[in-house]
Every structure is written in C-alpha cells, then in structure tokens.
Design a protein around this ligand. Structure first.
Ligand code: SF4
Ligand code: SF3
Length: 522
C-alpha cells in the first residue's frame, strides 16, 4: 500500500507496510487504488461518449463517481467487500457506456516525478473531498451538471501526460468547481431545512435511551429524527453533525436534544462503554473498540467489517432497538467540551451573520471590531493542534472568531464574551459551510469597496482529510491570500509546488500563536 492523503500520514511522508495510521489495512488501501483506477476508466468512457454525443446523460455513472470517490476519503470505508462490489459495478457501467476502455493503475501517480505527483494528488484529493459534498446535495435531489462533468474531466486528466502548468490550472479549476459544489450543497441544505438560526446546544446527556449521530449527512439525520419520533428516544449530534441544531426543519424535533462529545479523534475514549448506539453517516469513523463495537452502525458510504450497515431503504430499526435495549444513562449525564464549557452554539451561517452585517460594519468602522479570524477546518490527534485553542484564547477582546468544521471543538465551549451583542465565537457550520464564510467575506469586501485580501480578516486553517483540500483549493482559486495552514504541511505538496503557492498566495504554515498574532495584528 501507499497512501499519503491525510494529515496524519506516517512520518509526514506516506503510509506503507501493513496498515495506515488511520487503521486502513494494506489490502483495503490497494482496493481503494483499484477503485480509483476503475473510476478513471469510467471517466474515459464517459468522455469518449460525450465527444460523440454531447447531450448524452450518465445518471448511473454520476452516482458511481460520487460514491466511489467518497469511499476513498479518510476514515470512511474500511470494508473490502463493499469496495470490491463497487469496483465491479463501475466496470460494468464503463463497459455499458463504451466498450474496451482500460482502467488506470494509480501507482503511476504515486511513482511519478514529485511535482507532477504533487499536482495530480491535489486534483485527486480535491475531487474526493468535493465528491462528498456533491453526494450530500445529490441525496437531497440537488445536482449541478458542471460539477458532475468536472469529476470526469479531472479524473481523466490525472491519468494523462500533462505539463506542470496544465496541471496547476486544473488544480485551481478543482477549487473553482468546488465553490459551485459547496454553493449547491448550501442551497440543498437551506432549501430543504431552512436557513440556520443561532442556537445554543447543551452538552449534557439527558437520562433515558438515546442515539448519537455522527458525520455530515443532514438527510440521514432527518430520516432518523422522523423514525424515532414519539419513541422515547433522544437524539444527540456528534462531531460534524452539530450544525444540524441550527436548521429550523431539524430543530423542530423536540427529541433532538444536544451534542455528545467532541471531535472525531476522541471517539474511542468518548464511546467507551457508552449506553447507546452511534450512527455514522460519513467520516470520521475510527477503528472500533471492543467496549462499544456492538453499538456502532454505519449507513450511506461508511462501511466497516462486522458492523450493521443501514442500507438504502434507510430503515433504522436496528439502531432504534439498540437504543431501547441500552436504555441510556439512569440519570442526566453532564459532559463538557475540552475547555470545561457545558454548552456550545452554532447556526451562524451566512444568512444569520449577514442579517447583522450593518451592525458588524458599524463596529468595524468604529474600531470596536479590530479583526475577524476564521479559525476553521478539521480536528485531529496531532499535539500541535492545541495551537488553535491557544490562538482563540489569545485573540484580543476586540476580535471576532468565525469557526467551521470539527476543528471548532478545540475552542467552541470557551466563553469569550461578545462585542456589542455579537458573540465573539460564531460557528458557521460544517466544513462545507466554508461557503458561508466566503459569502460573508465577499459581502464585507463589497461594503468596504475593497478585495477580500484588504479586509481585516485572516484565515487560520487546520486540515486533516480531503474535504479540507478542496476547500483550500477553492480559497486559492478565489485569490484569497495570507492563509495560515497547520498543523503540518501536506506530505503531497512538493517543495516546488509549495513555493508556487507561497509566491502567488503568500500562504504560510502556522508558527507560534504569539508570532502569528503579532504578524496579523501588527
Ligand atoms: Fe495513512 Fe491517512 Fe492514508 Fe490512512 S488515510 S492510510 S492515515 S495517509
Ligand atoms: Fe472533521 Fe473528519 Fe475534516 Fe468536515 S469529521 S471536517 S476531520
């Protein structure tokens, strides 16, 4: 096996040998490579057919591309059987669309000259992240042909001879298309569940049966809320599901009670002996420990050997029965965030923030808001990630902190007060809600008649998996400069490629909080 797609890759160079740091076994990694090669074959077939008939449509292939790429995201799928089945389906569809097309061996990419490997990896990992977003939108019946078409274009390109310049252009195009994709998902989520509203979320688990729901899929959340209504079972979000509390059409369910635990990397200790089932709708699933393995359920693209998988009929009966059997805690069970707080807030997506735009602009003009930080991205186990907590604590009282994705658990239970009624920590949502942050930044830039780079705004990002990659590419494609990135630089970004990014975008690796704060605030 060879895999270097995530932040915790071995020695920050690549996972090899019998298993990756995430617990993915070598045979699973190899099947994921084979699946990627088959998806490239499918893309070649679709593109050939399109050249003959530009109006052809490829519904089944579209679905397979999204599912296939999503399957290979870090901490999503550990189960060879589902990957093998998917490879077969992809091959059948490829042959149906256009006979005699070869699949690709992605080892050619891993073994290529390091800059070419780096640029192709940026495209591939960006496409993987984007596929997850497109898949969530697709589950709510929102599709965008430009987004779908680009999966085929991008996959075909990484299996072709291309110059660095051509690949660099495709890297940025991946970011550009991902902006459309995040917009599509934003429309899908708010079109289906309403615009998020600011919401305080308790961290105490009430006594009685409950279910913990993890991952990003709001549609699965809704279906489970419906199926548990009136059954005496409470529902708690976990990790990236927290922003569900902000959506009117989800928050109307009175048994959606609060949030369980913190970010994904703490699940093995937080789920230890938990008296309730946990449903994973997407990443990040970690190898399942004995003390709770009979209580973990997967659905959608997530899959793990020996766990009960809820299939496409979305009949959650096994999860419901397990909740009733486990009975939950006998008394209310107080839990806290990593800084000891007992509640967190969410729901400050673009609509909520921009409804206060006038007020925020006045405060900036009056010097009461000196700077806005977006402290966003993935959480993870690396020790250097305490940087993000320290950064939030060190941010002066006249600064706002926007958060998104699961990295927020480093700081979202801190009480940092408010500025003239505006809370200093504003959680914009999941990682895909980076779209909200961009919308807010563009709106402020318009008011101040400047570019986003001239605003008193700095992006302090943390990355772990491939969704963070596509978001970073989106920000670069929009020309956003001066981003701080940590906790480490991606192993798949070569020295030369990093140099290009630094020259063009002044992107920097995080250093110490003191130094970075001084650099930003002067
Ligand atoms: Fe290693 Fe990350 Fe790949 Fe897992 S996903 S094998 S930890 S690089
Ligand atoms: Fe977190 Fe896995 Fe990336 Fe959607 S849940 S941000 S790490």
């Amino acid at each position: 096996m060879f895999c270097f797609q995530c932040q915790q890759t071995a020695h920050n160079s690549g996972c090899e040998g019998r298993a990756g740091v995430c617990g993915k076994k070598s045979d699973t990694a190899n099947y994921q490579d084979e699946l990627t090669g088959a998806l490239i074959g499918l893309s070649r077939a679709v593109r050939k057919k399109l050249a003959l008939n530009p109006d052809a449509s490829f519904e089944h292939a579209d679905e397979l591309i999204l599912k296939g790429l999503f399957t290979t995201i870090t901490n999503v799928n550990f189960f060879n059987d589902t990957i093998i089945k998917l490879i077969h389906e992809v091959n059948v569809e490829k042959d149906r669309i256009y006979p005699d097309i070869m699949n690709y061996d992605v080892r050619h990419i891993w073994e290529d000259q390091e800059d070419i490997r780096s640029l192709k990896s940026l495209i591939l990992f960006g496409l993987r992240g984007m596929a997850a977003y497109a898949y969530h939108a697709y589950a709510l019946d929102y599709v965008d042909k430009n987004v779908l078409d680009f999966f085929y274009e991008g996959l075909e390109a990484i299996a072709s001879e291309k110059s660095s310049d051509e690949l660099l252009a495709l890297v940025l195009k991946t970011g550009e298309i991902n902006f459309r994709c995040m917009e599509l998902l934003d429309h899908a989520n708010s079109g289906t569940y309403g615009n998020p509203v600011p919401t305080e979320v308790p961290l105490t688990i009430e006594k009685g049966p409950f279910i913990v729901v993890s991952g990003h899929d709001l549609h699965d959340m809704e279906l489970l809320l419906k199926q548990t209504e009136g059954k005496g079972i409470n529902i708690y979000t976990h990790s990236e599901m927290l922003p569900a509390h902000g959506y009117p059409e989800l928050k109307k369910y009175s048994h959606l009670k609060g949030n369980f635990g913190t970010a994904w990397q703490s699940q093995q200790s937080e789920f230890h002996n938990i008296p309730a089932p946990i449903l994973f709708t997407t990443n990040c699933l970690m190898p399942v420990r004995q003390s709770y393995c009979d209580r973990v359920f997967t659905t959608s693209i997530v899959s793990y050997p020996d766990l009960v998988h809820i299939g496409e009929d979305k009949d959650f009966t096994p999860v419901i029965e397990k909740a009733l059997e486990c009975k939950g805690y006998p008394e209310d069970h107080p839990m806290t965030g990593i800084n000891g707080g007992s509640t967190v807030t969410t729901g400050f997506a673009h609509n909520a923030v921009l409804s206060n735009a006038g007020h925020i602009v006045e405060l900036i003009k009056a010097g009461k808001i000196r700077h806005i930080f977006l402290v966003g991205g993935c959480d993870g186990a690396a020790p250097g990630r305490s940087y993000y907590t320290d950064f939030a604590k060190a941010a002066p009282m006249d600064t706002l902190i926007l958060t998104l994705a699961c990295g927020k658990y480093r700081l979202n239970d801190l009480d940092l007060g408010s500025i003239d009624g505006i809370p200093r920590i504003l959680d914009m949502g999941q990682c895909n809600d980076a779209y909200s942050a961009i919308k807010v930044a563009l709106a402020l830039a318009e008011v101040f008649d400047c570019t986003v780079n001239d605003l008193p705004l700095t992006l302090v990002l943390s990355w772990y998996e491939q969704k963070a990659v596509c978001i970073l590419l989106t920000l670069l494609s929009l020309g956003v400069k001066n981003i701080l990135l940590g906790p480490t630089l991606p192993a798949f970004v070569s020295e030369n490629v990093w140099k290009i990014l630094v020259e063009n975008y002044n992107i920097q690796k995080i250093s110490t909080v003191e130094e970075d704060m001084k650099k930003i605030l002067g």
